[in-house]
Design a protein around this ligand. Structure first.
Ligand code: 6MZ
Length: 362
């Protein structure tokens, strides 16, 4: 990005609300991880995905398995989390809600408790090093692991909600949307809500989740991840749209991820347009570099420019696809402050920052 317009998106202060830690690892960090673990033999030739092939959500989830092999100790998590935070800050993100699924790995002695503590340590170190970004953490539940693990994760998140000095703010529901059913996770999610955790739930990421979304929208969640198939034009229903609108639930929109993961056919058909036109709260997010990583991990960096995405580019993409003015883009980024899970004083501080920067940038 190097024109004057590009510069605007770089300088634009941004809020990132949908970032999976292990999906946000940059190529540089990934190279370090691969070098650290040569015994895993993770190299370019291992990919089953060749140039020109299309990628599916399923292939995306396979990539996470590879990344999880590479990031399996406290040392790895600390390095990855710090790097991710610094990279978001370098892209002009002023407030970040990072999310990640706590994992235990017997071989390295990693426990779920230490997993979360290590991410919090990375956040603390970045703050101490005066990285210009406010970071909060959302504990993620992987739907594939079922109700018992979900309940355990909620209990862990609840402990950190009380002890993390406001850094842990919520609970995410994610994982392969084609596996399991939300009804089995309902009591864990209700418990989370009752103890004060904010809920950011992946909803209707694939068409088969209609009934599940009807159910989970009754909680209701505080934010929706993707919501691709909520509206009738995409196979959802008026009743789903009504529930989302009546409860005014913000939707986290991840343009590049959805197009490259093939849940949305093209940028101009992205559901951002549907909700944005209705004046519904939308937050643009980067989500993950996983598809980019498919190529970086296994095909060197020759496609870097094509597959790499960051939040500045996502804003620019939305603006060029849907004809948004810079003023409208600014509004989008500023409105996102209101959809964060941050306490009121932090929101006010961010509003002040946006007001100061507006005079310089717009
Ligand atoms: C649903 C997703 C996702 O938690 O190890 N994840 N879940 N839909 C998506 N759309 C593409 N992208 C990522 O980060 C990786 C995990 O985030 C979830 C998956 O559970 C994945 O294993 P963490 O930091």
């Amino acid at each position: 990005m190097d024109t004057e317009a590009d510069l605007f998106y770089r300088l634009l202060p941004k809020v990132e609300l949908h970032a999976h830690l292990n999906g946000s690892v940059s190529s540089e960090t990934m190279e370090t991880l691969i070098k650290r673990k040569p015994h895993l033999n993770i190299e370019h030739s291992m990919t089953a995905i060749r140039r020109g092939q299309r990628r599916s959500l399923d292939e995306c989830f396979q990539v996470f398995k590879v990344i999880h092999q590479l990031v399996d100790s406290e040392e790895d998590i600390l390095m990855v989390a710090k790097a991710v935070i610094q990279e978001f800050a370098a892209d002009g993100v002023k407030y970040l809600e990072l999310r990640s699924t706590p994992r235990e790995v017997t071989e390295t002695g990693l426990t779920k408790q230490r997993y979360i503590e290590t991410v919090l340590e990375a956040i603390r170190q970045c703050k101490q090093e005066e990285v210009d970004i406010d970071v909060r953490f959302i504990v993620a539940v992987d739907r594939r692991h079922g109700p018992l693990v979900a309940m355990e994760t909620v209990k862990l998140a609840e402990d950190f909600l009380l002890s993390s000095d406001g850094v842990v703010v919520g609970l995410d529901l994610s994982g392969d949307p084609t596996v399991g059913h939300g009804k089995d996770l309902l009591s864990a999610l209700e418990k989370a809500k009752n103890c004060g955790l904010k809920l950011a739930l992946h909803l209707s990421e694939v068409p088969s989740q209609r009934e599940e979304s009807e159910l989970l929208l009754n909680l209701p969640p505080d934010r929706i991840g993707h919501g691709t198939f909520l509206h009738p034009e995409f196979g959802g229903s008026d009743s789903l749209v009504d529930k989302v609108c009546k409860q005014n639930i913000p939707i986290e929109m991840c343009l590049t991820s959805n197009v490259k993961g093939q849940t949305v056919p093209s940028y101009d058909k992205h559901h951002f347009q549907y909700w944005y036109k209705r004046g519904h709260p939308c937050v643009l997010c980067k989500i993950t570099r996983c598809l980019f990583l498919l190529f970086l991990l296994f095909r060197q960096t020759d496609d870097k420019g094509v597959f790499c995405t960051d939040l500045s580019q996502e804003y620019q993409l939305a603006a060029s696809t849907f004809g948004l003015t810079q003023e409208a883009v600014w509004m989008l980024s500023q409105q996102a402050i209101g959809y964060t899970f941050a306490p009121e004083p932090i929101k006010q501080r961010l509003e002040k920052k946006w007001a100061e920067l507006k005079q310089q940038i717009l």
